[in-house]
Design a protein around this ligand. Structure first.
Ligand code: ADP
Length: 490
């Protein structure tokens, strides 16, 4: 093991220190030399290292996944479900350790990390159950002596690449349905948050997952990504991350015509109508905007508020935002952690400067926090121009920019004026309006009078440039199943 800073690790205080792994997991073996440093975004302290694997090791992982496939896909659904249930149980048993590890590498407050571990585990439980319900169809034949049967079969070996903002849930949301369906997986987690992934792999091993069913490689994204997108042995590629990288990887998949699922960036509108319960709207806005320091793809990014409640909503949102406790996520009271890195900090600062340059006014925040590093104050700006950067691009930070609107038609037009289409939110107490708005928004998910839309039981995914496919719910497993039609001549 390389020179891990014991002080950073000691601060995490794991009850089971072996959950901290600095090696990759291929074919049921821990391998690779820890070389690449991983830091805690709250302190910039060194947490440890991870291997810098490349093309050859990724191909080895693909070979292991391919070798494990025949046995795994022919195991009964109950066998797969039993292992997935145990995996969820182990996630919950070690929830505190996993949460502390996550906060240390990602920065989010401990309460959010605990919630994410439970959420992450729920995909194992849910899809283990769904594995038992992979029903086919029988179709009335086109002639009296013909029958047609539809079978659903696992796609095969899956390549997966995941981001840093949800270091556990973005993984289980892919490998849960994949493994439940009978696929085997090679995963590259984000190099910024690899330890959650590696701990999950260890618990999978303990749950009884056979070698080769789930493999993790860490290292340089480009060569690993090439194998996962271009190797013909991989039949499905699934990605969560930024839109530009997703487009590039989807293009790389074209050469081998892989099935592709993409969960890319959003630019979520948050609509508040005059007839809204303003207190509920403020509470929803705080959850949707400031969760994970604004670093989720479903975070509200553009606030459109109707004339009649604009001032009240703006004042209350600013009051609530300024009361959020900023700090190291491992500290008990923290409600908002640091941004993930300097690049994220620069983007937030550029968006705020641009909004102010376009005439926006500061209600609270709008500057780095006095704690230094990548801590940024929860920010609310009013009178933001709809063409400011803040509205055109996903900020991925704790900045709420408010735009005023007059009519429902204006609100829907402004909300849909984006190439992204992941999540949208609206607050109104008018039943008919709630239907019109839900149906009019060009988004994959709508939070109507709620700022929280993530649960394993509901389909998560976007339209337009926010992606392809759905994760979670009964639809999520379909992404890992091929349809085969069997024609029978009697
Ligand atoms: P973010 O801006 O959220 O970090 P990215 O799209 O850059 O989003 O990263 C999401 C995931 O994609 C990470 O695991 C990252 O390592 C990976 N990634 C980034 N660039 C590439 C690439 N060229 N090829 C393969 N994977 C990549």
């Amino acid at each position: 093991m390389a020179d891990t800073t014991t002080s950073e690790l000691g601060r995490i205080g794991l009850k089971r220190p072996d959950l901290f792994r600095e090696q990759c997991y291929i074919d049921g073996k821990w391998m690779g030399e820890p070389k690449h440093p991983v830091r805690n975004p709250a302190t910039a302290g060194l947490l440890g290292h991870i291997p810098n694997l490349g093309k050859a090791e990724t191909e080895r992982a693909v070979a292991a996944a391919e070798a494990a496939l025949p046995k795994w896909r022919s195991a009964s659904a109950r066998t797969r479900a039993d292992i997935l249930r145990k995996w969820n149980d182990l996630m919950l048993k070690h929830q505190e350790d996993l949460a502390r590890l996550m906060t240390a590498e990602q920065g989010k407050p401990l309460a959010e990390s605990r919630g994410e571990i439970a959420y992450a585990g729920s995909f194992f439980e849910w899809f283990g159950e769904e594995a038992k319900r992979v029903y086919g169809d029988t179709i009335p034949g086109p002639a009296s002596d013909r029958r047609i049967i539809v079978l659903k079969q696992p796609v095969g070996v899956v390549g997966a690449i995941t981001p840093w903002n949800f270091p556990a849930a973005m993984i289980t949301r892919k490998i849960g349905p994949g493994i439940a369906a009978g696929c085997t997986v090679v995963l590259k987690p984000s190099e910024l948050t690899p330890y959650s992934a590696l701990a999950i792999a260890l618990l999978g091993e303990e749950a009884g997952l056979p070698p080769g069913v789930f493999n993790i490689v860490t290292g340089d994204a480009e060569p690993i990504g090439r194998v996962l997108t271009e190797d013909p042995r991989i039949r499905k590629f699934t990605f969560t991350g930024s839109t530009p990288v997703g487009k590039k990887l989807a293009a790389q998949c074209a050469g081998t015509v892989k099935r592709v699922s993409l969960e890319l960036g959003g630019n979520a509108p948050f609509l508040v109508f005059d007839d809204a319960d303003v207190d509920a709207a403020v509470a929803g806005a705080i959850i949707s905007k400031f969760r994970n320091t604004g670093q989720t793809c479903v975070c509200a990014n553009r606030f459109f508020v109707q004339d009649g409640v604009y001032d009240t909503f703006a004042k209350a949102l600013a009051e609530n935002a300024s009361a959020l406790v900023v700090g190291d996520g491992l500290a008990g009271l923290t409600q908002q952690g640091p941004l993930i890195n300097d690049k994220a900090m620069r983007k937030v600062q550029a968006h705020v400067a641009d909004a102010l340059g376009h005439g926006a006014k500061v209600l609270t925040g709008a500057k780095p926090d006095s704690q230094g590093g990548t801590f940024y104050q929860p920010t609310v700006l009013r009178d933001v121009a709809p063409d400011a950067l803040l509205c055109r691009e996903e900020t991925f930070g704790p900045v709420a920019g408010l735009v005023r609107f007059k009519t429902e038609e204006d609100a829907i037009r402004l909300a849909n004026d984006s190439r992204a289409g992941l999540a949208a939110y609206a607050y109104t107490r008018d039943l008919a309006r709630s239907w019109r708005v839900s149906e009019g928004l060009e988004y994959g998910m709508v939070g109507m009078n709620t700022g929280l839309i993530s649960t394993e039981v509901s389909p998560f995914g976007g339209v337009k440039e926010s992606g392809i496919g759905r994760e979670g719910s009964k639809y999520g497993i379909e992404e890992y199943l091929n349809i085969k039609a069997v024609f029978v001549q009697l």
